[in-house]
Design a binder for this molecule. Structure first.
Ligand code: ATP
Length: 233
């Protein structure tokens, strides 16, 4: 198992403001799997993703990624873990406004000894002709493709996506999902995708549904639907 989460608990606040967000999550994702995490607003999806990504601490439980226990690492070890293993994609791109597309990607290229080839990645993501533009000169889909390139340049083994199509229209969403599918196939990248979209779960290998901080349903798709054929995106 590439990612194993065991009895993960996480709360925020104290006294009257105390809220237990994750109430004992146990799940596993195989290497090269695409996995969707779904659930109603406030159910704890982003919190789970942030804990796995070392962006937030946990109260108890274990998170093992590629054989390494991540829960409880100190901040230096966590930043090494993020640098070596992870790529992040968020709903609102988070590009640096005064850097060009290429420069935004280069920032992450220098974080690793074995980056992917920049020109090839720009090509694959359809960004070659936009590489010298600034984020404000791009459409939403182009900005998200740039954010994906930035996450992928260091060839992460685990890609964490929080609402990657949340700000996009359905056609652009489909393009981005086809891209993620291609990347998964080409590089074997394990992916966790938090989404509200009910259709995306049909294209992935595994689905984890969270309700009120607990897993309400967890299954593997017997028959996956290619992103190009998803309905109601
Ligand atoms: N830093 C924080 N401090 C206090 N409470 C927080 C913090 N982060 C999240 N929460 C609370 O934890 C709960 C779960 O939040 P989370 O963002 O994980 O939910 P979600 O399922 O991703 O929701 P959404 O689909 O709306 O993004 C919410 O009640 C939220 O208010």
């Amino acid at each position: 198992m590439y990612l194993e989460v065991k009895d993960l608990k996480k709360s925020y606040g104290e006294g009257g403001g105390y809220v237990q967000v994750l109430k004992g999550i146990t799940a596993g994702v195989e290497q090269g799997e695409m996995c969707v995490i779904q659930g109603t607003s406030g159910s704890g999806k982003s919190t789970l993703l942030n804990c796995i990504g070392g962006l937030d601490t946990v109260d108890s439980g274990s998170i093992v990624v590629d054989g390494q226990e991540v829960a409880g690492l100190n901040s230096k070890a966590l930043s090494n873990y993020r640098r070596e293993k992870l790529g992040f994609i968020f709903q609102f791109y988070n590009l640096v406004p005064n850097l060009t597309v290429k420069e935004n990607i280069q920032v992450c290229q220098y974080l690793t000894k074995n980056p992917l080839n920049m020109e090839e990645l720009l090509q694959v993501l359809g960004l070659t002709e936009h590489q010298n533009k600034f984020p404000a000169q791009l459409s939403g889909g182009q900005q998200q493709r740039c954010a994906i390139a930035r996450a992928l340049i260091k060839n992460p083994s685990l890609l964490l996506c929080d609402e990657p199509t949340g700000a996009l229209d359905s056609r652009t969403s489909r393009d981005i999902l086809i891209l993620l599918e291609d990347i998964n196939r080409q590089y074997g990248t394990t992916m966790l995708i938090v989404t509200h979209n009910n259709s995306i779960k049909n294209m992935v290998h595994q689905v984890i549904m969270i309700k009120d901080g607990q897993i309400s349903k967890n299954y593997r798709n017997e028959k996956r639907v290619p992103a190009a054929e998803l309905e109601d995106l």
